[in-house]
Design a protein around this ligand. Structure first.
Ligand code: SF4
Ligand code: SF4
Length: 113
């Protein structure tokens, strides 16, 4: 039997384009009504010196993320991971994802409750 917190998502937000495809894929896979879903993409605008701005997109799973268990039990990728054209998201054992994380800055590791 799988241990709790054994699997998670690693999100490399440096290359996220803010396309929201992960949100749409999650909503379609799980039939979420408008405004609900397992992942949200936030837009963060930081003001820099000399009148410049820095834009970051941060995709982050919500409390509703169930890690696509019906798909992953069949050996398939979660819907958001499969449809992210920028390849920003990985699903896998938390220990492996944590090792990956040490190789790349600007990543987020998500482990559901
Ligand atoms: S699908 Fe990928 S690139 Fe698009 S918003 Fe989601 S994480 Fe970012
Ligand atoms: S892993 Fe599945 S449930 Fe979680 S955000 Fe991605 S598509 Fe939604």
């Amino acid at each position: 039997m799988a241990k709790k917190h054994e699997f998670g998502l690693l999100i490399d937000y440096e290359y996220c384009t803010g396309c929201h495809t992960c949100q749409v894929a999650c909503a379609q896979e799980h039939d979420w009504p408008a405004g609900m879903g397992g992942i949200r993409v936030s837009e963060i605008i930081q003001k820099l010196p000399k009148g410049k701005y820095y834009l970051t997109y941060l995709p982050f799973p919500t409390e509703l993320c169930v890690l696509c268990k019906p798909l992953t039990k069949q050996g398939l990728e979660p819907a958001c991971v499969k449809h992210c054209m920028a390849g920003c998201m990985q699903y896998g054992p938390v220990e492996e994802l944590a090792k990956e994380m040490t190789k790349k800055a600007r990543t987020v590791l998500y482990v559901p409750r």
